[in-house]
Design a protein around this ligand. Structure first.
Ligand SMILES: *Cc1c(COP(=O)(O)O)cnc(C)c1O
Length: 356
């Protein structure tokens, strides 16, 4: 086990009284994990320290050119009070793949894992007790050089912050209405779509605002070349159930390779569903629906796990899916995967990391 330095905090925040009102990503715990990179020392001084602001030169490169990456995962509290993580090593492995694309130096995944475990040991009381609520974990790396040249930085900061977050769905799995974006694109092949990096989200915000004005909660992105093929939703991969088969866009470099996507595909096969990863034209989805073959549609991602899609708006048509209700396959996959994540169902896949 790596040696992680620890610095005691002197003041502590009040923990939320009502865990149902926490929302997402608004509240942060008392400590954070941090380590730094320099060319001479590599990644060094891994430490758990009191949560604090950063002081930055206004010229710091991350602020100008967005050389940064992040991850998102959760810590779950079991019924017996113990804590567990879900596939955390896969998050750190994906973070290193994002790092490579963004010319950020690779970090030691064992050190990141040891740092996260130490941080969670110190902050275990912050993991919510309410069913459905979790401690959201946000690892991040930012470029720290204070200079305006467009180059890979020579100094970086890796940090992990923790945010207790309420149940994604207050009253059951509520289907969302989604706007299929036909003007803007999110990512192109050869670009940075597969990396969890800030620029992808910056590029998506305007389309999201316009969709919201029209009464849709999220945007479904089409491919960046022809705008014909389904890519993904803001922070979720997309799945369709066509004639009972689960179909999802294949990973092509412009889609984020979701860990929930991968888990759902493996779980679905295990449960006996047929699955297929391939290119899916948006026209095919609408044609299937018109012919009565589209049974369900849902998104997959760490935040919501499974998010049923009640309607898709494209080309002037609002397509209602499964009467705007959650379908049996989405419900089954959601129940099974969250059952594994909370330690209520047996994990046949080796996905869960128990902390105590
Ligand atoms: C994080 C993210 C996802 C979902 O990935 P998970 O590993 O399942 O949480 C999907 N799409 C985008 C763009 C994302 O940022």
């Amino acid at each position: 086990m790596q040696d992680i330095r620890f610095e005691q905090a002197t003041s502590f925040k009040q923990k939320p009284q009502d865990e149902s009102k926490m929302g997402f990503g608004k509240l942060f715990t008392d400590y954070m994990f941090e380590m730094d990179y320099s060319v001479e020392k590599g990644w060094h001084d891994p430490r758990v320290v009191p949560y604090h602001n950063f002081s930055m030169d206004p010229a710091t490169s991350v602020l100008h050119y967005g050389q940064e990456i992040f991850e998102g995962m959760k810590c779950y509290r079991r019924k017996d009070g113990g804590l567990q993580l879900f596939r955390p090593r896969d998050n750190f492995a994906r973070m290193n793949r994002s790092a490579e694309r963004m010319a950020i130096p690779q970090f030691d995944e064992d050190v990141a894992m040891a740092g996260l475990e130490k941080l969670l040991e110190v902050e275990k009381d912050w993991v919510p007790h309410t069913q459905g609520a979790t401690l959201y974990i946000r690892p991040t790396i930012i470029a720290m050089d204070a200079m305006l040249g467009v180059h890979a930085a020579h100094t970086y900061k890796f940090y992990i912050i923790l945010s207790p977050s309420g149940a994604y769905y207050a009253g059951g799995l509520a289907p969302v209405d989604i706007y299929v974006e036909d003007k803007y694109v999110r990512a192109v092949r050869g670009g940075i779509g597969f990396a969890k990096t800030g620029g992808n989200y910056a590029a998506s915000i305007r389309a999201g605002e316009i969709a919201e004005e029209k009464g849709y909660t999220q945007v479904l992105w089409l491919d960046g070349v022809e705008q014909k093929y389904v890519e993904e939703v803001g922070a979720m991969n997309m799945m369709f159930v066509i004639d009972g088969k689960i179909v999802t866009p294949m990973l092509n470099g412009s889609i984020l390779p979701g860990i929930t996507r991968d888990s759902i595909l493996k779980l679905a096969k295990h449960l006996g569903y047929e699955t297929e990863e391939r290119r899916i034209a948006i026209q095919e989805v609408f044609d299937a629906a018109h012919a009565g073959h589209l049974n369900e549609a849902f998104g997959t991602g760490t935040a919501a796990v499974v998010s049923p899609v009640g309607a898709l708006c494209w080309n002037g048509e609002k397509l209602i899916i499964n009467n705007g209700e959650i379908g049996p396959i989405a419900q089954k996959l959601y129940d099974t995967l969250t059952g594994i994540q909370y330690g209520e169902l047996k994990d046949d896949f080796g996905w869960v990391v128990k902390l105590n």
